[in-house]
Design a protein around this ligand. Structure first.
Ligand code: AMP
Ligand code: MG
Length: 417
């Protein structure tokens, strides 16, 4: 095929490119019904309206004795007339001067509004409680019906990602199955004549393809259905055939390599011939070159990301450009990782005007303050630094050379849930 020289747009900020990409993607259609056990990390397709109150009845937050607080004005002792155990409510009617033994989660009997915790209870004999000098307030240790969720309210909004707490909340409503958006279908491939797969000989000038497995793993963590198309050689016809064939089968195509200005970067040229693709030079490090757009094949259209070939640049570009777009396509809101502030332990040279991500190791110092060290050489191909790191130090375009002791923004790799 004949190729023209692609045009590049230079010098966009990370934020500007994120905005452009996010404005150009739409949520996919298609839902599926799943049992809660299979719904971890999926995205809710509809609002969930609570069908019941949670909790469904007033109950005790402590093991102890349930009583009516006003009785304290008229009684120094209360008679213990029965029990309410979790799953076994008290069946009688509480009369003035009476209390019942109660366990955590057991229904409060009518007229009882407070609970004397077990540890504070003094029994005069098996059925008489001494209430002198008791400091329980009215309503203390009583959990109210509907205090977690009231029937009729939106318990979880459409677009929520289902983590452990969300799944528990759905179960607390008695729901067994829910509608989630379908998984995104994503095809990935690596490009480059130098790439070898494991098992192959590493002949002179070649490198093992690591991006495909990293990309596959990042997409699996995200929750996409991944088709691995392997390695494509730097041959425009091969790349064109692969792209065209896969467009009808997937929502997104993600490639790595071949989008910078190098002589053999045919991915860029082929993409430009086949679709509406932007080639950006982003003011960031690592990860300057980026391709994004759409390729059509008849009535089908797939969104395309051409990520840089250098392994760390590829990962960083995935997180900051592809992942938010995939979230929107999945029907989710874009979730931004909250930066934390840490004191940097060393100087970092930094150029004004671009975003730089340094791989860092965050730890608490002896006084409990967060500090961050850099993992050493920051070349965009040094993948071992991503393994040593537990965070990215994010230096914004307005920042210049950093000195030891400066406070910087850090994005931690791991969250709690
Ligand atoms: P490119 O973006 O194609 O110019 O590649 C930039 C650098 O990334 C080169 O050193 C490539 O060998 C390397 N590279 C490209 N693709 C991969 C890959 N899939 N796995 C590991 N390294 C890669
Ligand atoms: Mg290449």
């Amino acid at each position: 095929m004949s190729l023209t020289s692609p045009t590049s747009e230079a010098g966009y900020s990370v934020t500007r490119i994120q905005q452009k990409i996010q404005a150009a993607v739409l949520p996919v259609t298609g839902h599926e019904k799943l049992g809660l056990g299979a719904a971890l990390h999926r995205i809710l397709a509809d609002d969930i309206i609570a069908p019941v109150d949670v909790p469904a009845f007033d109950n005790s937050a402590m093991d102890g004795y349930a009583f009516a607080h006003r009785d304290l004005l008229s009684h120094q002792e209360l008679s213990v007339v029965g029990k309410s155990y979790a799953g076994h409510p008290y069946q009688g009617q509480l009369q003035p001067g009476q209390a019942i033994q109660i366990t955590t989660g057991a229904p409060m009997p009518a007229h009882a509004d407070s609970v004397l915790p077990q540890e504070q209870a003094r029994l005069i004999n098996a059925t008489v409680l001494d209430m002198r000098d008791i400091t329980v307030h009215k309503g203390q240790h009583k959990r109210l019906r509907g205090e977690d969720l009231a029937a009729g309210e939106v318990a979880l909004a459409k677009g929520s990602r289902l983590g452990p707490a969300e799944l528990g909340l759905l179960a607390s409503l008695g729901l067994a199955a829910i509608s989630v958006t379908r998984k995104l279908r994503v095809a990935i491939f690596s490009t480059g004549d130098e790439l070898r797969s494991s098992g192959q000989n590493l002949d002179s000038g070649s490198v093992y393809d690591s991006n495909r497995i990293t990309l596959h793993a990042m997409l699996s963590c995200f929750g996409a259905e991944v088709s691995d198309l392997g390695v494509l050689t730097d041959d425009p016809d091969v790349i064109a055939a692969a792209l065209t064939r896969v467009v009808p089968l997937v929502d997104v195509i993600i490639t790595s390599g071949g989008v910078s200005a190098g002589a053999a970067d045919f991915t860029k040229q082929v993409m430009q011939q086949l679709g509406q693709i932007n080639f950006w030079s982003v003011d960031m490090r690592p990860g300057r070159p980026l391709a994004f757009g759409h390729i059509r094949n008849n009535q089908h259209c797939a969104c395309v990301f051409g990520l840089p070939g250098n392994p760390v640049a590829m990962m960083v570009s995935f997180y900051f450009f592809a992942r938010p777009a995939l979230q929107l396509m999945s029907g989710e809101q874009v979730s931004t990782t909250l930066p934390v502030r840490a004191i940097i332990t060393e100087a970092v040279p930094k150029k004004m005007g671009r975003t730089e991500f340094q791989r860092g190791i965050c730890a608490l110092d002896a006084s409990g303050n967060l500090q961050v060290a850099i993992t050493g050489a920051q070349g965009s191909g040094i993948l071992s630094s991503m393994c040593r790191a537990n965070c990215l130090v994010m230096l914004t375009p307005g920042q210049e050379n950093i000195v030891a002791g400066d406070t910087v923004s850090v994005l931690l790799f791991e969250g709690l849930l």
